[in-house]
Design a protein around this ligand. Structure first.
Ligand code: B12
Ligand code: SF4
Length: 543
């Protein structure tokens, strides 16, 4: 791309790395899917960086690449986008490239959730990021050590680069996906709902412009014959009619397929009819729990009544859309005894076509207001970030279960969900070939059998390894050897570059930061409206 804007005197060699996985060991499902998990923001930054006149090297790390070969050794400014599970990988990379003379910047979910920790290992830690925040980093581009600068725009960006502008980065990533290729797109930021466990519960809903969306879709049709769009909107379909109008304005019937995360409350039958007409092939609604969080599924019912209602609703979805994943959170305070788990099994029987995805209750730093309550109650465990992906550890001690009971029930539920019988019933209840095949591969790979094996291992360690039991009970904060070994194995040669102290973190950093009487309002920008605010780390980042 040409140097349209040249506000800077020097051209920087910029590296942008999107870590969609934390290690090179990929399951079958990972090999098929990892490139489809690429984030939009690293691509947006790559566009903005080039438009500002810099040389940009963009890498989406799917686990197959040799990162140290793909990131140029002489990179001057290295941006890393990371989920919390990839934090240790990001820290090791940052350390290595700082030693080589680079300035490093962290952005993405981990930066938003754990800025206090991340600033120990990066020169810049970015919260909400827009073009101006980026320009501030590019202009300054200076080491900030021992503590990095935490910067955030006062709100989510009002616009993002078009798909046409991102295309070369999208294309390079899709080339890594052997079978299914999702084009990442987004039409809105934030959410009007206020689920207290969610990172977007305090972020205003904001559509990005439906005209621009139509242009992106029209562009996509010129690039791929039968594209699949993966929508990254936190809650797709809030402005349902506007979305559908934007699609229908440019996409002829049958020319495009879509996948979206949406609330059951938005998925009425008339909406489903229109979604089907417009090629929606997969929906991922959240049910979350049978006893709490009913606002997402639009139900006042609880227990078995909610199971029946949700199963009926999900079966309705499956009449219109061939693939449905239902999301559940396990271990919530509203749950007690066998009932929540047994009810989920009933749901699986009543809605056999849906793929169940379970998340263990997790408090991602300052992601959600509710996390303050867990921290106040001293219930957050210092599990290293590498295990915080909703599955490899539950970092909130449950109130109503012992760990042994919880893991017994978890193993039982997961085994039930991915038994041959359930897989067979799912197959029978799924209409189209790709969704049927996806359901089987997922169940037999890391998402199903892999989880059963992992949870079973943790359950047996609770009996055999007192250090694991002590750590999970909050009695001993020394990391058990089992977890230490996995971090070492996952990082491989990069383990040597993990900075001292970077395996563990302060699980109560958020609480400590808001406990400070002198919380600086985030919106006090140094450069007027919309400019990056330097955020003292004892002030709450926007969630
Ligand atoms: C869309 C989405 C997905 C999609 C797309 C993922 C992707 N790679 O982007 C899919 C379905 C694949 C997915 C998967 C997962 N997700 Co998800 N996902 C979301 C969701 C709903 C929206 C995120 C989003 O794109 N928002 C739009 C962008 C533009 O806004 P933003 O994320 O706020 O980003 C801003 C800043 O952070 C910054 N920024 C973002 N990236 C970068 C990168 C750089 C380099 C810089 C400088 C700045 C920057 O700029 C943005 C604009 O201000 C959020 C929940 C939510 N409501 O936000 C969860 C969320 C991000 N996911 C989460 C999790 C845990 C996962 C999984 C681990 C779940 C699982 N067990 O499989 C996987 C991990 C996948 C992976 N490693 O890539 C957590 C992350 C918590 C954390 N701290 O790690 C969240 C917050 C949900 C939660 N539990 O609270 N997810
Ligand atoms: S969980 Fe979903 S519906 Fe609730 S606030 Fe977050 S994005 Fe919105």
């Amino acid at each position: 791309m040409g140097r349209r804007l040249q506000p800077f005197e020097i051209t920087l060699e910029i590296g942008i790395v999107d870590l969609v996985t934390k290690n090179p060991r990929r399951s079958l499902y990972g090999r098929i899917m990892n490139a489809n998990l690429a984030s939009i923001m690293p691509q947006a930054l790559a566009v903005w960086g080039e438009e500002a006149g810099h040389d940009v090297q963009y890498v989406c790390y799917t686990g197959a690449e040799d990162l140290l070969r793909e990131i140029p050794a002489d990179v001057e400014l290295l941006f890393i986008g990371a989920f919390t599970e990839a934090a240790q990988l990001a820290y090791a990379l940052s350390n290595l490239f700082r030693q080589r003379g680079a300035i490093t910047v962290l952005g993405g979910p981990h930066a938003r959730c754990y800025p206090e920790d991340a600033q120990r290992y990066f020169d810049y830690v970015l919260g909400f990021t827009d073009r101006q925040v980026l320009h501030e980093v590019l202009e300054e581009c200076a080491p900030s050590r021992p503590l990095g600068r935490v910067l955030s725009a006062s709100r989510q960006p009002a616009e993002l680069p078009s798909l046409a502008a991102r295309w070369k980065f999208v294309e390079a990533t899709l080339a890594k996906s052997p079978v299914i290729k999702f084009v990442p797109m987004i039409g809105s930021l934030g959410c009007p709902y206020t689920c207290s466990f969610c990172i977007d519960s305090t972020v205003d809903y904001q559509p990005l412009g439906f005209g621009a969306l139509s242009e992106d879709l029209a562009f996509l049709l010129t690039k791929l014959r039968d594209p699949i769009v993966g929508w990254h909107d936190p809650n797709f379909g809030v402005r349902f009619d506007d979305y559908m109008d934007a699609i229908e304005a440019v996409v002829p019937p049958g020319r495009m397929r879509h996948i979206a995360e949406s609330s059951l409350s938005l998925l009425s039958e008339p909406h489903l009819r229109r979604l089907r007409q417009n090629g929606f092939k997969a929906l991922l609604p959240g049910i979350e729990s049978w006893f709490a969080l009913g606002n997402k599924s639009k139900t006042r019912h609880t227990g078995m009544d909610k199971v029946r209602q949700c199963a009926e609703h999900v079966n309705l979805l499956l009449r219109y859309v061939p693939y449905v994943q239902t999301n559940f959170v396990l271990g919530l305070d509203s749950d007690e005894g066998p009932e929540p788990f047994e009810l989920t099994k009933k749901f699986i029987d009543l809605a056999p076509g849906a793929f169940p995805a379970y998340s263990l209750l997790s408090a991602f730093g300052r992601a959600a207001p509710m996390n303050l309550d867990y921290q106040r109650a001293d219930r957050v465990l210092p599990f290293p970030f590498a295990f915080l992906n909703n599955n490899h550890a539950m970092n909130v001690r449950p109130v109503n279960y012992s760990w042994v009971e919880f893991y017994d029930r978890l193993v039982d539920l997961t085994s039930y969900s991915f038994s041959w019988q359930a897989i067979g019933r799912r197959l029978g209840a799924t209409r189209e070939t790709i969704p049927r095949w996806m359901n089987v591969v997922r169940a037999m790979s890391s998402e199903g059998w892999g989880r059963i094996a992992y949870h079973t291992t943790i359950r047996s360690l609770l009996d055999t390894d007192p250090s694991v039991r002590g750590f999970m009970e909050g009695e001993d904060d020394r990391l058990p050897a089992f977890y230490q070994a996995r971090i070492r194995r996952d990082l491989g040669e990069l383990y040597a570059h993990l900075p001292a102290g970077a395996v563990m973190h302060d699980p109560n950093a958020y609480l400590k930061s808001v406990g400070d009487a002198h919380v600086t309002p985030l919106h006090s920008s140094r450069r007027g409206r919309g400019a990056a605010a330097a955020v003292p780390v004892n002030s709450p980042l926007p969630n």
